[in-house]
Design a binder for this molecule. Structure first.
Ligand SMILES: *[C@@H]1O[C@H](CO)[C@@H](O)[C@H](O)[C@H]1NC(C)=O
Ligand SMILES: *[C@@H]1O[C@H](CO)[C@@H](O)[C@H](O)[C@H]1NC(C)=O
Ligand SMILES: *[C@@H]1O[C@H](CO)[C@@H](O)[C@H](O)[C@H]1NC(C)=O
Length: 197
């Protein structure tokens, strides 16, 4: 008996999804063909303030054509092992859809055969920890096919006490606004009363 067309359609759709959306990629299966470097002004960086300059390109000891499937480069900020200890929410998984090592996007850009550079100001919500930078090469289906990462680690400091004084300043400013608003309100009221008389 031939399978009912509906069932056949279902299998076709399922097969398509299996092909694209649900492919399981293992980090250990990726080729380390990219060279990534990150430079920064000092070893201890401040979130929301300091900049990192990331450079990436193909490792020239790989054969020409290694990068033929590379379409996009995704550069991310990743937790170093020392900052993952006892923190399940930063845990490394070989199954990339479960991996939590790299949680901050630095840049995503079309792949070129020449080295590329990007400057990134560390976002304010980046927690204090030790990090490295990793770049993934993605194919036309936006799936990871290769990677590269920095060998040096660096430390990011969270927003510090300097911002506390900024917060105090903003509280004072708010208080001042309320007082002046009240002053304005009373002035208007008095004016209104005078006009009535
Ligand atoms: C380039 O690749 C070769 C071979 O895998 C490796 O030995 C070398 O360390 C890589 N170079 C860099 C700068 O990562
Ligand atoms: C990899 O992760 C995905 C998404 O969480 C899951 O569906 C899949 O079963 C995992 N594969 C393995 C082999 O753990
Ligand atoms: C790209 O960067 C690598 C590693 O930093 C360097 O060895 C290579 O000469 C650079 N290539 C070009 C074309 O600048």
């Amino acid at each position: 008996m031939a399978p009912p067309p509906l069932l056949l359609a279902f299998f076709l759709v399922f097969a398509c999804f299996a092909e694209t959306g649900f492919a399981i990629i293992y980090f250990s299966s990726l080729q380390r063909s990219l060279v990534v470097t990150a430079s920064h002004p000092q070893p201890l960086l401040k979130a929301g303030e300091d900049k990192i300059t990331v450079t990436w390109g193909l490792n020239q000891s790989f054969l020409a054509g290694t990068d033929s499937a590379y379409k996009t480069i995704k550069v991310q900020l990743c937790y170093a092992p020392i900052s993952q200890v006892d923190r399940a929410w930063r845990k490394t998984h070989d199954n990339l859809s479960k991996d939590k090592t790299c949680q901050f996007k630095i840049v995503k850009r079309a792949y070129t055969t020449t080295n590329q550079t990007s400057e990134w100001t560390i976002e304010r919500d980046v927690p204090a920890a030790t990090y490295f930078v990793r770049a993934y090469a993605l194919d036309a289906e936006d799936q990871e096919v290769a990677y590269g990462q920095t060998t040096n680690l660096f430390e990011i400091q969270a927003i510090t006490g300097r911002h506390v004084s900024l917060d105090i300043a903003s509280i004072c400013f708010s208080a001042f606004s309320i007082v002046s608003l009240m002053g304005f309100f009373f002035a208007e009221k008095t004016k209104g009363r005078k006009a009535q008389q």
